[in-house]
Design a protein around this ligand. Structure first.
Ligand SMILES: NC(=O)c1ccc[n+]([C@@H]2O[C@H](COP(=O)([O-])OP(=O)(O)OC[C@H]3O[C@@H](n4cnc5c(N)ncnc54)[C@H](O)[C@@H]3O)[C@@H](O)[C@H]2O)c1
Length: 324
């Protein structure tokens, strides 16, 4: 298939592009390189620089090829920042997506894979979150993802659109075959932050909250290796080829780790003490976020196989060792 990947130079996008190319799809990457990294884009892909807020840029890329499918990973993604600057998040995450959808519908392209997030659920009502869990985001970022999911549902009823919304939990790790050259820039995610302290870019790791109702008082998250996420995108394409019913899927492991457990695992693997301090909770951060899919038979031919904490941390360590 010919696939247009928005945000294909980003952290998850670059891994997904590699997997698509390895699976014999042909790929055009569209990115404004605001956080994306040119060096991480596989050389087999065609690259078009542009912004999803520019209709002209979008028209140019949609005219350039006959695409069979679109993957949309370009977004702003920091929940805390979205609470401070919601208008920017509305513009990029909502209006940018509407622009893409408009051009897709005009070009009669049906298949759409949307990068959604566990942030659509908000504060978990049960110990595990399945796809039927209440949708009640507690960050503006989560709200933008939910808005798009709802728009997609309507568009699939009223236009040719056929979609899958992939609700990633916490993406982590780097390509296990070392094909990613540069680590994410200024990531707000825990493991990159720990590594920033490890290599001396930061003095101290700030841990947000020590009084959550968890075994050690720190937040629990469900970490999924980015190679597993990339595999799921290829399976999602296969699914859309054969099925015409929209679907929302959690991509996660069903296993949670506290912040301190992750810190301790990095310390164990690297034999280095991480300097950390506790600071206030962040607004928009639920205490425990662990997935449990509702599907007995998962609709995609997929399960996570690279997502143990050891594999994730070792893959990050390898990239940092290469990079330094
Ligand atoms: N990383 C995670 O843990 C996580 C979890 C859940 C959901 N997500 C979602 O997955 C997607 C990808 O996340 P990521 O971690 O790879 O983030 P990222 O910032 O590395 O990637 C986003 C990409 O989109 C590009 N981009 C941003 N604004 C753009 C614009 N206006 N026009 C064109 N390109 C633009 C960036 O340059 C970057 O290459 C996002 O939609 C994010 O919300 C990520």
């Amino acid at each position: 298939m010919k696939v247009l990947v928005f945000g294909g130079a980003g952290y998850i996008g670059a891994h997904t592009v590699i997997k698509l190319l390895d699976s014999n799809h042909s790929v055009v990457v569209f990115d404004n390189f605001s956080t994306g990294e040119l060096l991480n884009v596989d050389q087999r892909a065609t690259i078009q620089k542009g912004d999803i807020l520019s209709k002209d840029d979008l028209k140019r890329v949609f005219k350039s090829h006959n695409f069979d499918a679109v993957m949309h990973l370009s977004a702003l993604k920091a929940p805390g920042e979205s609470m401070i600057n919601p208008t920017v998040y509305s513009r990029v995450n909502i209006i940018g997506t509407l622009n893409i959808l408009e051009l897709m519908i005009e070009s009669r392209i049906k298949n759409f894979i949307f990068s959604s997030s566990s942030a659509v659920y908000g504060e978990p009502k049960n110990s595990f979150i399945d796809e039927d869990h209440t949708l009640d985001p507690i960050s503006f970022y989560g709200f933008t993802k939910l808005e798009i999911e709802r728009i997609l549902t309507w568009y699939s009823k009223t236009t040719c659109l056929n979609f899958i919304a992939l609700r990633y939990f916490n993406a982590a790790g780097y390509d296990l075959k070392n094909r990613i050259r540069v680590p994410e820039k200024s990531s707000h995610n825990l493991i990159p932050k720990i590594f920033d302290v490890l290599i001396g870019n930061e003095q101290v790791l700030e841990i947000f909250g020590s009084d959550y109702d968890t075994k050690d008082g720190t937040c629990i998250r469900d970490y999924i290796h980015v190679n597993d996420l990339a595999n799921a995108h290829v399976q999602a394409l296969n699914y859309l080829e054969k099925n015409n019913s929209p679907i929302f899927l959690n991509l996660a492991t069903g296993i949670g780790h506290t912040v301190l457990e992750v810190v301790e695992k990095v310390e164990e693997i690297t034999s280095t003490k991480i300097n950390y301090k506790f600071v206030d909770r962040r607004i928009g951060d639920p205490s425990v976020v662990i997935s449990k899919t509702k599907y007995k038979d998962f609709p995609l031919n997929w399960k996570p196989i690279h997502s143990s904490l050891e594999t994730i941390i070792n893959s990050v360590l390898k990239l940092y060792m290469h990079h330094l």
